[in-house]
Design a protein around this ligand. Structure first.
Ligand code: IVH
Length: 658
């Protein structure tokens, strides 16, 4: 809060007023660090108008320079941007959770750059700054304006707010720059510091908001909901009782490979603001938050041998068998070696002393050789599962014919049942079915008869009919799930979801060229190529599966996901533009919210609908319409609809036909 003015303007003459006003105008507009309130500032200006209405200063008030010209200017943070306290193990985390009561909000720790955004009382973004040393950062307003995740205007009522978050680059965006840059974080730092905002825009940076300052929100959840409502992206987060902190950390650590961004840990924050205030701050970090960093314990041990297994793709992957060692509270005797190239890269030998860590405190990994052993490690010359020939490709080694390799086929079956969520078919069961020739491909599961299952040891009537019912219940799959179930590299959760919601039918997706796919905002060229090639290769499997499986229309699948969550519009966001003929904008927004949807004020690529008011007095396109058209051209799923279409939909939802 700027301090009240302790001078009486009436006591000052015109030159003294001019000097004072010039000073505060500069503090407000150029330094973003006002020292007096807006009202006091206005009093000074009004007094000058009375004393000397011809003063040229009165014409000069306002921002001194355009955002471009301010680039790099120092910005003093109103509240210091502190760091986070860190921990590396479960016990340390438990110690922290013992210091407070209530829930914690758990979210990924984005590996990007902290950034502060200021919105004025009209809701306009007027300042973006880097964290700098925490007290003073650099002005990057012109560049943050190019980040499409950052709305330029928000509606949080007539108040000035600060929003803090992380600027980062999606991995799918980074894949296009991989050759030239070490990691997305360095590239983000380079991009946000470009002098020319157009150059910054070309890097398609993203933004995750994690803090909102200047409202009365009483919990972190409320803040994050408000941020979402005004147009910021929200990311995976969980609110759990503090007793669940360690488990939830682990869930995030395990999900790490599925995120389209790099994270270097998990952030846990006390949910209730009152409890946060009770805990307070140190000069370095708040006591109400902590970052559990990925980088578990490490220890040295001996590498005894290497076990080779075959993945569903036919990739033959090595696992290190090591002398058991205690790491992050568990006895570890196996550690990942990724691919054969990794063995060469590390120069691994049998009986070598190696350093093993638990990355993310979870997955044991051989980091490097401490003392070499004598015997070299030989790569398999035949597939360890089917004995077929092997085919090397770059750092990898593949079974030459995965279509006839037991391990690869079983891997595919296991992947299918897991993605389609068909319960009861563990590795043992699938192995039995495979060996009896009853399940060689995912489609075979749909042909199983009770007598097939009854022939297996330990399977009785009850279990057999349970398994059959389980398969029956999964004859209709959402498109997104079907795509992912195919087990194509790079066609994971994220890409499948985008494809299903963008193209809606399998035919449309199968007909896509790599170039068309790559034009979608978050899918890079490399992924696009691997997905289109993968789909080509999977054609026989797709055709076979479609004899048994029907695909749920995309709208229907979304509908069922929605009703599981709450109101019929949950997951959808409606932005209004132009004057409405039938009802006030506020009333329309309330209707949307009552039905579970959101109604932010700004259009972003996450908007579902832009509703154009029917009262078109001037017939011109609004800025929101133009923004929406650009987003659509860039591949956003957003749709522009009329007020009457909108009302028809609301009417149908409010008064469903019997
Ligand atoms: S909360 C007092 N939440 O990590 C700071 N920070 O190492 C409270 N970060 O400066 C920040 N993801 O830039 C928070 N989900 C998240 C975050 C996050 C990344 C950054 C942030 C902070 C740094 C500390």
């Amino acid at each position: 809060m700027p301090a009240p003015l302790d001078l009486d303007p009436a006591a000052l003459d015109a030159p003294a007023l001019e000097a004072l006003i010039r000073h505060h105008n500069h503090l407000y507009w150029d330094r973003h660090a006002p020292e007096i309130s807006d009202t006091d500032y206005d009093r000074l200006v009004r007094r000058l108008q009375e004393l000397d209405p011809t003063s040229t200063l009165l014409q000069e008030l306002g921002p001194g320079k355009a955002p471009q010209d301010r680039y790099g200017a120092p910005v003093r943070h109103k509240r210091p941007m502190l760091s986070l306290d860190k921990c590396y193990g479960d016990d340390e985390l438990r110690e922290w959770t013992a210091t407070f009561t209530g829930d914690v909000v758990v979210s990924p720790k984005f590996d990007g750059l902290a950034c502060s955004l200021w919105f004025n009382e009209q809701g306009e973004l007027y300042l973006g700054a880097t964290r700098g040393d925490g007290l003073e950062g650099d002005d990057i307003t012109a560049n943050v304006r190019t980040v499409t995740d950052i709305p330029l205007k928000i509606d949080l009522g007539p108040r000035e707010v600060e929003i803090r978050g992380e600027v980062f680059m999606r991995l799918s965006t980074f894949s296009a720059f991989k050759e030239k840059f070490a990691n997305p974080r360095n590239l983000t730092a380079g991009a946000i510091k470009q002098k020319d905002p157009k150059k910054c825009a070309a890097y398609r940076l993203s933004f995750a908001a994690y803090d909102l300052l200047g409202t009365e929100a009483r919990t972190e959840q409320e803040k994050l909901d408000l941020l979402h409502r005004v147009g910021f992206q929200t990311y995976e987060r969980r609110v759990v009782p503090r007793e669940k902190a360690v488990d939830t950390y682990r869930e995030f650590a395990e999900k790490r490979p599925t995120f389209d961004f790099e994270i270097d840990g998990v952030v846990l924050k006390v949910d209730r603001v009152a409890e946060q205030e009770r805990l307070g701050l140190t000069a370095h970090h708040p006591r109400y938050a902590i970052a559990y960093k990925f980088q578990g314990d490490s220890g040295t041990t001996k590498l005894r041998s290497v076990e080779w297994s075959v993945a569903r793709t036919g990739a033959i992957t090595p696992v290190a068998l090591i002398d058991p060692v205690m790491l992050s509270g568990a006895l570890v005797s196996r550690a990942s070696l990724h691919h054969p190239g990794y063995i060469t890269k590390l120069g691994l030998t049998r009986d070598a002393e190696v350093l093993v860590t638990r990355r993310g405190g979870v997955i044991p990994n051989v980091e490097h050789v401490v003392k070499p052993g004598a015997e070299p490690i030989e790569l398999p010359s035949r597939c360890p599962s089917c004995g077929n020939e092997v085919r090397p490709k770059d750092d990898f080694l593949f079974c030459a014919d995965p279509s006839r390799c037991r391990a690869a086929r079983l891997g595919q079956l296991a992947h299918f049942v897991s993605v389609a969520d068909i319960q009861g078919f563990g590795d043992r069961m699938l192995g039995e079915l495979y060996d009896r020739g009853l399940a060689r491909s995912p489609a075979d599961l749909y042909k199983l008869l009770p007598q097939d299952l009854l022939a297996i040891e330990r399977v009785g009537d009850r279990l057999a009919s349970k398994l059959i019912n389980e398969v029956e219940a999964h004859r209709s799959l959402p498109l997104e799930v079907f795509l992912r179930s195919l087990g194509i590299d790079e066609l994971g959760k994220h890409v499948s979801k985008i494809l299903a919601s963008e193209y809606r039918t399998l035919d449309a997706i199968l007909n896509l060229s790599a170039a068309e796919l790559a034009s979608i905002h978050s899918i890079g060229e490399v992924i696009a190529r691997s997905v289109t090639e993968g789909l080509q290769g999977a054609r026989p499997l797709i055709d076979e599966l479609l004899r048994f499986v029907t695909l749920q229309p995309v709208a229907e699948a979304q509908e069922s996901a929605r009703s599981a969550q709450g109101g019929p519009l949950s997951g959808e966001s409606f932005v209004f533009t132009g004057k409405m003929a039938k009802l006030e904008r506020k009333a329309a927004q309330q209707k949307v919210e009552a039905l579970g949807g959101t109604a932010p004020d700004a259009v972003s690529k996450n908007t579902t609908y832009l509703v154009v008011g029917d009262d078109k007095s001037d017939g011109k396109k609004s800025t929101k319409e133009k923004t929406a058209e650009k987003l659509i051209a860039a591949g956003a799923a957003l749709k522009i609809v009329s007020e009457s279409d909108f009302l028809a939909r609301i009417e149908a939802l409010e008064h469903p036909a019997p």
